[in-house]
Design a protein around this ligand. Sequence first.
Ligand SMILES: [Cu+2]
Length: 146
Amino acid sequence: MHALLLRGIGAVAVATVMLLPVAAQADTFQVQMAGSSFIFNGQENMDIDLMINPGDTVEWLWVEGPHNVVSGFPGEPGEGDLFNSGDPTDVPGTTFEFTFNDPGTFGYHCEVHEDFGMISQVTVVPEPASALLLCFGAFVFRSRRR
Ligand SMILES: [Cu+2]
């Protein structure tokens, strides 16, 4: 009975290790910039509902017009500390990207068009599968040390 239990735990541990690379796969989400808008999935500026996982990347693409990308909401303390694409450019096809590693809600804006509402945000949520596997891994680790 005890040996059977240990074999079961061993199988779970192997399955956990095999599933981890899948859970850790990172994605890139592209936000376009045109006119005075950030555009994602047909939504604009604060209407954008962009939820990603830690390790995922957001890529901003200059489609038309002069823009830059600065972290934080306009006037917020620490504005631009997390990321800042630098001086505005209007060269179509320019890209800027940032990889979000921590969960939370992160505002960003374009300094050229912030007064026109060119402000949006990204929500980084912990990956459920990954969190579940980490709990499972901790359980297996503790079980084996007994
Ligand atoms: Cu802009």
